[in-house]
Design a protein around this ligand. Structure first.
Ligand code: SAH
Ligand code: SF4
Ligand code: F3S
Length: 449
């Protein structure tokens, strides 16, 4: 077994506990970290109370994400009262705050997103009582050769990171600073990882990147675009579903739409973050598209893939946003009719272009009110979207028992909507045909068709 390699005595193995915050890319990174630590003789535990090493893989995208981690750090530190424990911060907050984390006295190890290979070394050094930090970003690191240890997984769907970093400069966003320059991973290692998942019973892989449409590999193995990569993964087996996230509208090509249409197993769902419906805001956000261009892309998707699920991210109350700008966002949401949306109000991130150039000048009451208006509108739109599916039949990949009722199963339709239905005959990993009888604004209530 991978984790036990070279270790005769189980009791000698140091136990590592990691909490993961932020985006799906962090979930994938934690799996890479466990793989690296496993090979170095560490054992994974899900119980913080018995861990020798306690770490958080963190997110900096909004201030409240960081505040949560500071709270957790205090809790981690209470463990030190009982036994020696090494405490580590990984990921984006490590990269952003660097030695400020060590200065807090609450952290022994700070490791940025490109430093995970060095973790065994850092852990060995810290046991001598010296805090360790490595926040060097890399132009090459993709952890391509590392086979992640799948955790917190339903055994059916796996995340595969296809690229790292981001070369965009959206003015509000901290990600380019915490993740560094964009680099694409060798497609052969991606296909190998997806094949490996399939042979171990996984039936769905999600290809992950901050901007998957700008995936581009040149090197050994030729020249590969995102559409071509998508096709390579889709060809592994018709029984393996392929999803991807995130599509940045500015780079989303027709080629990808054609590839999606050509393969039944490429799921018909596009996460298509708009951020704002106002051209003035989009320009200030340094998104490289206009409202009109975005709406034309949505139209094109719907024309070529009529049943495509479309979801989004939006930010309310960005610098100088007026009531008129806000109304433009509401009207865009009305026009597109997303299935679901991740909705946030603007959180100023130190060091970003926006923070360096413009005051965070929309007051919190206004931000909250505008966000709530978007949420209310979107809830109505979600319900409309889910209602439109009543009477339809979908092929669903079973993920497991539904959370609320153990005699029901749950799983997603191709368009990414969650379905639940009474069923004791099937199991996770099966494909079943369901008919939609009813819905809420987040779930399709079905029966076996
Ligand atoms: N790469 C993706 C987004 C990654 S961050 C893209 O380009 O769409 C996920 C989401 O967090 C963003 O889409 C945005 O809506 C939100 N976000 C990023 N920075 C933010 C900030 N400073 N304040 C509030 N929300 C933010
Ligand atoms: Fe951030 Fe923009 Fe890059 Fe997305 S594309 S991660 S929003 S900078
Ligand atoms: Fe957060 Fe970093 Fe992901 S800032 S959203 S964990 S890339």
């Amino acid at each position: 077994m991978h984790f036990l390699k070279g270790h005769a005595n189980l009791d000698d193995m140091k136990k590592v506990y990691i909490e993961t915050y932020g985006c799906q890319m962090n979930v994938g990174d934690t799996e890479v970290v466990f793989s690296i630590l496993g090979a170095a003789g560490y054992e994974r535990t899900t119980d913080m109370n018995v861990a020798d090493v306690i770490m958080a893989n963190t997110c900096s995208v909004r201030d409240n994400a960081e505040q949560r981690i500071w709270g957790r750090l205090d809790q981690f530190n209470t463990q030190r009262r009982e036994r020696p424990v090494v405490i580590g911060i990984l990921g984006c907050m490590a990269e952003r705050l660097k030695d400020k984390l060590l200065d807090s006295g609450k952290v022994d190890i700070v490791a940025g997103p490109d430093s995970y290979r060095r973790l065994p070394e850092l852990l060995a050094a810290v046991s001598d009582g010296h805090p360790q930090i490595d926040v060097q970003l890399s132009r090459e690191e993709t952890y391509a050769d590392i086979n992640p240890v799948r955790i917190d997984s339903n055994g059916v769907s796996a995340f595969i990171s296809i690229m790292r970093g981001c070369n965009n400069v959206c003015s509000y966003c901290v990600v380019p600073y915490t993740r560094g320059a964009e680099r694409s991973r060798d497609p052969r290692t991606i296909v190998r990882e997806a094949c490996d998942c399939f042979s171990r019973g996984y039936r769905e892989v999600t290809l992950l990147g901050q901007n998957v449409d700008s995936y581009h590999w040149t090197g050994e193995g030729g020249d590969v675009t995102f559409a071509q990569l998508l096709e390579k993964v889709a060809m592994i087996s018709p029984e393996l579903r392929v999803r991807f996230s995130t599509s940045n509208p500015q780079d989303f090509s027709d080629e990808v739409i054609y590839t999606m249409s050509a393969y039944e197993n490429i799921c018909k769902h596009i996460h298509f973050p708009v951020q704002s419906g106002s051209n003035r805001m989009l320009e200030k956000m340094r998104r490289r598209y206009t409202r009109e261009w975005y709406l034309a892309r949505v139209k094109r998707i719907r024309k070529l893939i009529p049943d495509c699920g479309i979801t989004t991210d939006v930010i309310a109350g960005f610098c100088t946003e007026t009531e008129e700008d806000h109304k433009q966002t509401l009207s865009l949401f009305e026009e597109v009719g997303y299935d679901t949306a991740f909705m946030f109000y603007y959180s100023e991130r130190p060091g970003t272009f926006a923070a360096r150039h413009w005051p965070d000048d929309v007051d919190i009451e206004t931000k909250t009110r505008r966000l709530n208006e978007i949420i209310t509108l979107q809830n109505r739109k979600s319900l409309e979207s889910y209602r439109r599916d009543i009477g339809k039949r979908f092929k669903v990949l079973v993920e497991g028992p539904s959370k609320k009722n153990p005699s029901e199963l749950c799983g997603r339709a191709s368009n990414n909507k969650m379905c639940v239905w009474p069923d004791t005959a099937h199991k996770a990993g099966d494909y079943v045909e369901v008919e939609v009888l009813d819905c809420t604004s987040a779930t399709l209530l079905c029966r076996l068709a």
